[in-house]
Design a protein around this ligand. Structure first.
Ligand code: ZN
Length: 102
């Protein structure tokens, strides 16, 4: 298995991001060079890997939701039982309340 240090390469700046020695699944790692670039560690069959995510706060509950980079605009997320619509503008994602039925 490759050393953990070689695992995470920032897709934005290309630097290798060192993982903490006790890195484990579900940890959040941030690129030291890029503000707001976050990675969620995941584990599959005992191997750590990562996804590039953005934390977005839900407009209704203020809870933070993981949005995986590359998720298409218009994807519906459910938070606290209510649907929210994913939007993407100026390089970042946001969640918005769906239009209310009149
Ligand atoms: Zn970076």
């Amino acid at each position: 298995m490759a050393p953990a240090e070689d695992l995470l390469i920032c897709p934005d700046c290309g630097r290798t991001i060192p993982l903490p020695a006790d890195a484990k699944a579900n940890d959040l790692v941030e690129c030291p060079d890029c503000a707001g670039i976050l990675f969620r560690l995941l584990e599959t069959n005992g191997q750590l890997h990562w996804t590039w995510i953005q934390m977005v706060s839900c407009p209704g509950t203020e809870m933070l939701v993981d949005i995986v980079h590359g998720t298409p605009e218009g994807t519906v997320y459910h938070c606290n039982g209510r649907p929210y619509i994913l939007t993407y503008a100026f390089g970042s994602y946001a969640l918005e309340e769906p239009p209310q039925p009149v």
